[in-house]
Design a protein around this ligand. Sequence first.
Ligand SMILES: C[S@@+](CC[C@H](N)C(=O)[O-])C[C@H]1O[C@@H](n2cnc3c(N)ncnc32)[C@H](O)[C@@H]1O
Length: 384
Amino acid sequence: MATTNPDSPSTPSPSQFIFVICQNGAESATKSEIMNNHSNLNLAFSRPGFITFKVNSESPLPKRFTLKSALARTYGWSLGKCTSQDANSMIDEISTNPQFKNSNHLHVWQRDPVTPGKNGFEPGVSTLADEIGTLFKTAAETAGAKISVNKETKPDEQVFDIVMVEPNEWWYGYHFASTVAGRWPGGTPAIDTSVETYSRAYFKLSEALLWSGITIQPGDICAEIGSAPGGACQLLLEKGAHVIGIDPAEMETGILEHENFVHIRKRGSDVRRKEFRNTKWLLSDLNADPKFAIETVAEIVNHPLVDVKGIILTLKFSEWKNTASIPDLMNAIKALGFQVVKARQLAFNRREICLVAVKDKFVLRLGKKHAKTKKQTSSEKPKS
Ligand SMILES: C[S@@+](CC[C@H](N)C(=O)[O-])C[C@H]1O[C@@H](n2cnc3c(N)ncnc32)[C@H](O)[C@@H]1O
């Protein structure tokens, strides 16, 4: 008997629509990027931070589709919306959906109300979203099923999604966690934003490491161009790295006084190349045009004395429309000899993206192995 392959290009899409989450304000740029890269998708509905697309039935998407997009935070099949003033009636309606019953995981979150970092807002699952998630869990248990709520999933697991677009308007759907960010609720990793940091760059770098798979190991030499006031250096120092901060501006005293920190109070292009001789990870976070940032990095990486394993760049855009240059920026980095080049607008980024590149893809796997070993070692330690 013939069987149907759900991922075959000729199999109809499981829904006519997909949903995409992006940063509040990034909708236009995200729509352009996605429609340029996927000619079978047409805009259907848009609210700040939330977009749906209709899939052309002539050219369906596979069940476990991935989007070619640096700006999409996460995405999945859209099954529709539920509107009511009564949360319980929305829970009753959504929890009877067959895909809810098929999923072991539920991710429920509110769309971003403003740009990350504005008025103290940081992305992540809100208390309200968690409370609604608990009510769904109870509804599943009442029906004799089990569902985990707002937990990071394993790769490829099916996740039921509820996006609280408005308090009384919840969109729902599902996805398969085929990307790293697809495993996090709303595409945002659970980062503790209550820690005191010298700048938000601490959160951006935390997310960049989780997303890229780069592990900073104790003793690694890291250099950051554009390091003041010092949030990223703070995280690197916490991880036991030796850090060179390059910035004409003043660093925070807590960073300057750290025994593993050296400040070169200059512009990146004025630093002698031999200062980067032993640098393993090169970071850049300049408030400058992305092309300038890449030229500055390229001059360092191309020098014969320098042999970095990878780079982590925060590239800032003066206007959203300039994000159309992301593919060119990635190509410029590839041309420097990097084997893996990835770009993503992190949940903690503002009008900027994170571009990560490594010379050898195995360095990411080594990082994972190390992280695992480290975790085991720390759990073996006696509690003090
Ligand atoms: C967004 S801030 C960096 C934040 C920093 N990464 C942190 O963790 O707190 C941008 C910094 O780039 C610095 N900058 C701008 N142009 C530079 C250049 N050519 N070389 C080095 N630093 C530069 C600025 O002085 C500013 O401190």
